[in-house]
Write a protein that binds this ligand. Sequence first.
Ligand code: ASP
Length: 584
Amino acid sequence: MYRSHNCGELRASHINTEVTLAGWVQKSRDKGFIVWVDLRDRYGITQLVFDEERTSKDMMKQAQDLGREFVIQVKGNVIERASKNPNMPTGDIEILVSELNILNEAQLPPFTIEDDTDGGEELRMKYRYLDIRRNPVKNSLIFRHKVTQEVRNYLSKEGFIEVETPYLIKSTPEGARDFVVPSRMNEGQFYALPQSPQTFKQLLMVGGMDKYFQIVKCFRDEDLRADRQPEFTQIDCEMAFIEQEDILNAFEGLTRHLLKEVNGVEVEKFPRMLYDDAMRLYGNDKPDIRFGMEFGELNAVAQHKDFNVFNSAELVVGIAVPGGNTYTRKEIDKLIDWVKRPQVGALGMVYCRCNDDGTYKSSVDKFYDQDDLAKWAEVTGAKPGDLICVLSGATNKVRAQLSALRMELAERLGLRDPKTFAPLWVMDFPLLEWDEDTKRYHAMHHPFTSPKPGQIELLKTDPGAVKANAYDLVLNGNEIGGGSIRIHDKETQALMFDYLGFTPEEAKAQFGFLMDAFQYGAPPHGGLAFGLDRLVAILGGQETIRDFIAFPKNNNGRDVMIDAPAPIDEEQLTELSLKLNLKP
Ligand code: ASP
């Protein structure tokens, strides 16, 4: 038996018990005549003591020579500590060691294995196995386990069956680039790794598995914007014989269960907002509704007043910053610089101070009098003491810019408390999205999403206006899940492919299997998928997903620990009938 107890469990009630512990040397303090060693394992830290009077000379020497991260086993007696440490769960006791076995020596680790380490991100990733010994990472992984466990408990109880679907498949159109895998047995042919199990879960519905879920890896070869991973995990779900309302209820139930079991937070029924309203009020399809600062559209009150910047703009829109009138001129100038950064891209910002005495002072006083500015305040909901920030330009751009400003200011004002949870359904997304690069429409969600009833006709005349039975679940300004009711008949699916610019041949080559399946009695169905990594991070009160992934990749898609991706040898290439054609 390697250990009788773990390093986190011994208490005063164990005094006078003989125990065996094993773990890593966190640190030791050598006073010459007495040596204390902190022994660490996954469960905690227990103090060991060796002293001249009670410990043999040999063992004393061994104890003095123990290095950081040595793996040791000790036997000994639990004794009361002379000076107790109330900050440690095991702080009342220590182990008077009678036997010390060094199980393995360790090189000095490249960074300190402490909660606050001196190791930078890249170094910690290279030695991720050491990083995992640190509490913040270890606890995040344990937290993730708890979340996935609760997901499985809840969905299983609700009658969902977890079914695995294959990884070696062909393209699933989620809008990203595929990772491909060459097939040795089928010369010149490639598998694609799933961007999601989308088509398979729909086939499972045709197969009669009417409530499916899977905690599953998905792969998307995208340029990695901050905090994305090329492989990530979804809680993927699908249901048959349901309407949109059933799906929303089922997964609101799951989310509520998680908030309760994992965070101890009870949340009322989730509010719902139309996509169009989210864009109008927050400039964003995943609004953070933990705080207000809703947009006020000012076209009606700010145009036609000789101020050409506004007159020529498609949209003039503002927000009221609570208490913002305390900003100095310099601070406001800095804010203007902030919105002009290329990442935000505004050309400038107009502002209006709302003074405590009810008067206004704007940066465009030449064009607007007090009555005009009072209307701005009314539309944006500004109160005395606030600052109104106004941007103008092309609608989509200006909404995105003001949304960025809203989030930034809320962050500065401390309105984004990670312990407050504000879930929200965003409903009725557009079916199609115009792509400037390819000059055509793409499916906003994916091509299996069904248009709202009665809107198929509109596809011919005003494709951009067609709304879909598609919904996202938003939590604290993050999209944590999204899905749709699917098309389940062959004709509509063929029509969709047609509108999306697939020829019948292309559609058949890529999705013939699904169209075929739809001829054999496909039930009405729909579903959604949660992004598990982000969900766990948000529930864990963190912004970044990396700490919740045991072995994440860096922003270049590299695993710096195992050094992947890596070249393969000539022999392997030949076997796969591949030849490299590298860019010079
Ligand atoms: N497959 C979709 C996605 O990955 C989710 C869904 O429609 O169920 O976003």
